[in-house]
Design a protein around this ligand. Sequence first.
Ligand SMILES: O=C(O)/C=C/C(=O)CC(=O)CC(=O)O
Ligand SMILES: [Ca+2]
Ligand SMILES: [Mg+2]
Length: 436
Amino acid sequence: MNMQLNETHDPALRSWVASANTAGTDFPIQNLPFCVFRRAGSDEAYRGGVAIGDQIVDLGRLGSALSGVSAEARSAAALAAQPTLNALMDAGPAAWSALRLALSHLLRGDAAPRPELLVAQAAAEYALPAQIGDYTDFYTSIHHATAVGKLFRPDNPLLPNYKWVPIGYHGRSSTIGVSGQRFHRPRGQTRGASETEPVFGPSKRLDYEMEVGIFVGGGNAGGAPIAAADAERHVFGLCLLNDWSARDLQAWEYQPLGPFLAKNFATTISPWIVTLEALAPYRAPWTRDAADPQPLPYLDYPALRDSGGFDVELEVLLQTAAMRNAGMAPVRISLSNFRHSYWTVAQLMAHHTVNGCVLRAGDLLGSGTQSGPDAAEAGSLLELSGGGKQPLTLPNGEQRVFLEDGDTIEMRGWASRDGRPRIGFGAVSGTVLAPR
Ligand SMILES: O=C(O)/C=C/C(=O)CC(=O)CC(=O)O
Ligand SMILES: [Ca+2]
Ligand SMILES: [Mg+2]
């Protein structure tokens, strides 16, 4: 069974933080996502925070505000006050849930206002929410796999293993940055289609990938496999993830061992982690075509078909340097949904550990690019531009097939259901700099 709804999901709840009650906020009291932050420009220690409206609850200053709550909530709050959330992530779902309930009570409209616990989001700077030990990137959108496969392997787009085994590769945590990351266009080897030898230089086909990040909670010390039915208890929450990708480096280097320097120069995540408990009302059925194989037993579990997925809208926006200089806002270039994923979060956790591999609290899994069935739902420029052949025209007349220096990509995510407030992931934004 997936998580049951409880009083923290009540759509009627309001907060004494007025901005949390406004239509369209990402952060109503039903959400309560976590970050690590400090006041911008200060030398304060980073510590955990929880979003409420346009404010952050400073988890380093809860102190007496939690005097009436459960011992479990108080010890979870102490873990959340540290400069990374690894210890909180390791504490497990009972601790996460106790802290969420305590914060929900503290912030409700009928509780005494405690403005001294808040820091305005506009006045904050964020750090990575965890020390990320290991990073694995999956490939769970069959629409992305088919589209990219057609470009990279026209004779054999969707390889025969795809519908049986969740495909992934081990990425690199050292270059993961939080929203606001700026990175130099990578240099590397590329070989043109009609060339016999590669050349070395800046990537000419720089792309983004719209993904969901999955933060591992309590891991599986000792390597005991995590059962699919139990796997969501090992997931702290979800964030937005941009897996920047140099397509020309990728096409030349990827066989036979998969992505390497094409994808490990930068990966950007949102500061906010939305917990699975917050997402409980926004679950989606796991969908497969009737002709697709059923999952092997270790990838099957009772809640899979009814509610294995997540109904989370995923938006990508682009702002070029010229747009920024002209005061133009970022413009939407695609909109997809995490519910199209061919494999579920629980299946990824079960698969990753089935051979004895150890996942640890704070490890990050990427879902893979979340392209949907329609062309407008493509999660990368490679797909939107038909392999670099059909340029996108922007409102100011500029065109793009791949990213140019100065371009900023912003991604947003949110979940909504009739009769419930929308809950959002905030944004992840990153900017391409000239090669160094
Ligand atoms: O070789 C291919 O078909 C493509 C591989 C990728 O782009 C790897 C990747 O990052 C997977 C993903 O984001 O879905
Ligand atoms: Ca990827
Ligand atoms: Mg990457």
